[in-house]
Design a protein around this ligand. Structure first.
Ligand SMILES: NC(=O)c1ccc[n+]([C@@H]2O[C@H](COP(=O)([O-])OP(=O)(O)OC[C@H]3O[C@@H](n4cnc5c(N)ncnc54)[C@H](O)[C@@H]3O)[C@@H](O)[C@H]2O)c1
Length: 384
């Protein structure tokens, strides 16, 4: 076995149902016998490779197939997961009866095509963020989902990261009261990403690629968004990599309820990781406030007596979330969202964010792009 991916199994035996404090433990969405677990086929084996490894900790799914047009990626996947069916042809992955869920991690612009093919092949789908980066494809996807009856989960990894799961549990317990203002950001210097994945320069927009994290968080708490007003600029780092649309974007959002949110994304700045986390969600509620962070495994809130409490999962859960690699790997949250989706497929209950909710977020991102281009506030198209 490639030691880089060695799994410290002791960290994974101590499971606890979700909905309870998780210090010293990992998340679990249930466990079923290995032979009954849902087979997952992954297309796009860079972030998709992370999922293959993440699934070693799954209680409901097992990795059965992988697909990538890059031979190197196929070899790396096979090294890390001996016995996996590996192909360069997506149709071969889709034809396999042991693949029940297709997990999509190709560049943003391919997501719609790969989702549609999976639906037509009778598979349920988990698609990484952004769900799609061309809103004109939304209607076709909705029709295809209706025709085939297949289900989709958007892989919004941040929602499934421990501090954000804990923050949500506190909110659902009523401890925050009514959420009046949400302040969320995803700021990350991206020179390494332009070099690794040049498609990020030509074939997508930071309003989709990066802002999909904080925009999803704001919608998670405020619901449907009525209007956005965005401003943006291209950083010197963006200019030096040939970026043509803003890589630093600030947006004010107004919900249907009248509650307000703000998101910031800067992809060309000098990070200050001790002071500010890459992703933060600051909830300001009528009865309390809370702050969740990524990649820090910390969530801070004030209890009813005004005492500030910090839950820190770094020592107890970094094995699950990072597998002892770099802080910032996505193993735990990818395993969480796959198992969450599998649990909903197995129980027949609805999942979130599903296709409709994901497309609603895409419409907010489209309005953000229009606002950047016109300089005007833009009403969000709710029909999508
Ligand atoms: N937090 C997160 O959830 C998170 C983090 C990073 C990236 N992403 C998303 O994951 C997706 C992939 O990002 P990445 O960083 O892995 O990009 P990447 O460029 O490193 O990898 C994309 C992979 O897809 C393969 N590929 C491209 N076209 C293909 C095709 N037609 N058939 C099969 N394979 C194909 C490429 O060979 C490559 O290995 C993007 O949509 C990105 O937004 C999500």
């Amino acid at each position: 076995m490639d030691v880089r991916y060695k799994l410290p199994m002791a960290q994974h035996s101590d499971t606890l149902p979700t909905g309870q404090p998780t210090i010293g433990r990992r998340r679990s969405y249930g466990t079923i016998p290995e032979a009954n677990r849902l087979g997952v086929g992954v297309i796009g084996l860079h972030e998709g490779h992370t999922l293959l490894v993440a699934l070693r900790a799954s209680g409901l799914c097992r990795a059965v197939a992988g697909c990538d047009i890059s031979e190197n990626k196929r070899v790396e996947a096979l090294d890390a997961s001996p016995g996996l069916f590996i192909t360069e042809h997506y149709e071969e992955l889709l034809a396999r009866p042991d693949v029940q869920i297709v997990a999509i991690y190709t560049p943003d612009a391919f997501h719609a095509e790969h989702i549609e093919k999976a639906f037509l092949a009778g598979k349920d789908v988990i698609c990484t963020k952004p769900l799609i980066n061309n809103p004109d494809q939304a209607e076709r996807l909705q029709k295809c989902a209706q025709k085939t009856g297949r289900r989709l989960q958007v892989g919004q990894s941040t929602r499934f990261y421990e501090p954000f799961q804990r923050q949500r549990e506190l909110f659902e317990s009523g401890a925050m009261g009514d959420i009046e203002v949400v302040d969320a950001h995803y700021n990350h210097r991206m020179d390494w990403y332009y070099e690794k994945s040049p498609w990020t320069i030509e074939d997508t927009h930071w309003a989709y690629l990066g802002l999909s994290h904080p925009v999803d968080l704001v919608r998670w708490y405020l619901g449907s968004i009525r209007e956005v007003h965005a401003v943006g600029t291209i950083t010197r780092l963006g200019v030096s990599h040939g970026v043509k649309s803003p890589d630093a974007i600030c947006v004010n959002l107004v919900a249907e309820s009248g509650r307000i949110g703000r998101v910031l994304g800067n992809y060309g700045f000098h990070e200050l990781p001790k002071a500010r986390a890459l992703i933060e969600c600051f909830l300001m509620g009528s009865d309390g406030s809370s702050l969740a962070r990524y990649p820090d495994l910390r969530m801070t809130y004030a209890n009813a007596s005004g005492v500030e409490i910090e839950e820190d999962y770094h020592h107890s859960m970094s094995g699950y979330y990072f597998r002892h690699e770099l802080k910032g790997m996505h193993y735990g949250e990818f395993c969480n969202y796959l198992d969450y989706f599998a649990s909903k497929l197995l129980s027949g209950e609805p999942n979130s964010p599903d296709l409709a909710e994901g497309l609603g977020t895409v419409m907010v991102m489209r309005a953000i792009v229009q606002s950047l281009e016109t300089g005007q506030p833009i009403k969000v198209d709710q029909s999508g």
